[in-house]
Design a protein around this ligand. Structure first.
Ligand code: FAD
Ligand code: NAI
Length: 454
């Protein structure tokens, strides 16, 4: 038997983009449903992304600090042992707690949670293949696609999530690999490479380009490289992976210099493929409604998140822009506001990026080295804050931070930029002493005048 129900808005995908959109829609009084096929809300971020990676980063940092750093701080500890099973349990607890929390919010605000795979059969109709085996369908005046992304495959390397893994497998390894090769020195490679290095793996990151951090500011990337190398991670830059083969429980990875040269074989117990992510639209039935995607598979939208079918909007990783949870969330709210009120807004100029290594790296703002902008650096042992502001107006154009708590500190810069602040505005704002945020004030001072403490 098949049933059909009707809603004002149906959201496909329960990740940070989708669940936030659904809650916002319900809060604005619209009858809302959210379709999610994973069996758990929160999407990539909560289940196999931000949350598990940050849980492992935090706890592996505590372990590493305990084994490497406590003695010099005057704390003697003995018999410190890693219990990976329990570390994974702590991670899983964070995931289930947060995913259930979202389910609770759906109940609180009256969002109907439809568990199953959604597929378009018409511009206002979606067939649902339920996780319980039931087939149902829903109709809605407005639909939001928020189906997210998946790891980009490496041609010729078959992922088994045990020996050759994506981030998903790397978040659930059953033992610490002796040797790990990471393909791609971007955000995932650096974060998860750090996790397993701290837990005892010999980690080698192979990066095709001559710098790490997937396009972050060059000076910051160089500094991060030096710091991570000092910690013991190995890097092979300007190097490309040709192929890899499994034998006797090991993986041999063939690499060669990007510009040609002598081949080399890297032996590994686990290979992490982290060369980027791609939009996910599998079996979504886009062809049934004529929704266009671009050459990278991203769903095409206009400035109001409308696809080629105006009543179907699209947000998050599956369309243009940074693949970040907070970006997807902002779009979720804005897309719903367009539907409900006719206007919404996301300021793409100030979406912060954070790499949760230790130290953390954070940045926001456009970062062209324009002739009319100037950059000064406030350097200290643990990294630096770099602020770029307009030479004429002093308006802040971008901020790059490398240091402990950079991810928290960047919010001050984002807020300042959102309100169009100048570097002088930050420099003249009183910051508590001693705090890390004083570094931002000093950088601001350095940008418009001279730093006091440097
Ligand atoms: P997703 O979170 O991918 O959610 C889409 C959901 O849609 C999925 O749950 C999927 O099951 C569901 N779905 C897809 N198709 C259908 C269908 N047809 N029917 C029903 N359901 C469907 N970002 C940060 O900002 N900070 C971080 O620290 C961070 N860390 C990360 C760490 C890792 C290891 C990874 C992989 C990613 C990380 N990200 C981080 C990126 C972040 O996870 C994504 O940007 C974010 O999840 C995108 O949200 P979304 O809602 O667009 O899509
Ligand atoms: P990425 O785009 O950050 O980095 C990929 C890296 O792989 C680049 O440096 C690229 O030059 C390199 N590369 C590509 N092909 C290669 C090849 N054949 N051989 C060697 N190197 C190659 O992608 P990543 O790390 O997979 O992460 C995907 C996305 O997930 C991120 O861009 C980000 O949007 C999101 N993410 C965000 C996090 C955060 O906000 N802290 C954490 C983790 C992921």
């Amino acid at each position: 038997t098949s049933t059909e129900s009707e809603y004002d808005i149906v959201v496909i995908g329960g990740g940070p983009g989708g669940y936030v959109a659904a809650i916002k829609a319900a809060q604005l009084g619209l009858k809302t449903a959210c379709i999610e096929k994973r069996g758990s809300l929160g999407g990539t971020c909560t289940n196999v992304g931000c949350i598990p990676s940050k849980a492992l980063l935090n706890n592996s940092h505590i372990y590493h600090q305990t084994t490497h750093d406590l003695k010099s701080r005057g704390i003697d500890v003995e018999n410190v042992k890693l219990n990976l099973v329990n570390m994974m349990k702590a991670k899983d607890k964070a995931i289930t707690g947060l995913a259930r929390g979202i389910e609770g919010l759906f109940k609180k605000y009256g969002v109907t949670y439809l568990k199953g795979h959604g597929k378009f059969s018409g511009a206002d109709k979606i067939e649902i293949d339920g996780l319980d085996g039931q087939k149902t369908s829903v109709r809605a005046k407005d639909i939001i696609i928020a189906t997210g992304s998946e790891p980009s495959p490496f041609k010729g390397l078959e992922v088994d999530e045990k020996q050759i893994v994506t981030s998903t497998g790397a978040l659930s390894l059953e033992k610490v690999p002796e040797k790990m090769v990471v393909i791609g020195g971007g955000i995932i490679g650096l974060e998860l490479g750090s996790v397993w290095h701290r837990l005892g793996s010999e980690v080698t990151v192979v990066e095709y380009l001559s710098s790490i951090g997937a396009g972050m500011d060059g000076e910051t990337a160089k500094s991060l490289l030096r710091i991570l190398q000092k910690q013991g991670l190995k890097f092979k830059l300007d190097t490309k992976v040709i192929d890899a083969s499994k034998k006797d429980g090991k993986v041999s990875v063939n690499v060669e210099p990007s510009k040609g040269g002598n081949k080399e074989i890297l032996e590994a117990d686990v290979v992490l493929v982290s060369i980027g992510r791609r939009p996910y639209t599998e079996n979504l039935g886009l062809e049934n409604v004529g929704i266009d995607v671009d050459e990278k598979g991203r769903i095409k939208i206009d400035s109001q998140f409308r696809t080629s079918k105006p009543n179907i909007r699209c947000i998050g990783d599956v369309t243009y822009g940074a693949m970040l949870a907070h970006k997807a969330e902002e779009e979720g709210v804005a897309a719903v506001e367009y539907i409900a009120n006719g206007h919404g807004h996301v300021n793409y100029d100030v979406i912060p990026s954070v790499i949760y290594t230790h130290p953390e790296v954070a940045w926001c703002g456009n970062f062209p080295f324009l002739a009319n902008s100037r950059a000064r650096t406030n350097d200290d042992a643990e990294g630096f804050v770099k602020m770029i502001s307009d030479e004429e107006t002093d308006a802040i154009l971008g901020v790059h931070i490398i240091g402990p708590n950079a991810g928290e500190m960047i919010s001050e810069a984002v807020l300042a930029m959102e309100y169009g602040a100048s570097s002088e505005d930050i420099a003249r704002t009183c910051h508590a002493h001693p705090t890390l945020s004083e570094a931002l004030k000093e950088a601001a001072l350095a940008t418009y005048s001279k730093p006091i403490n440097f």
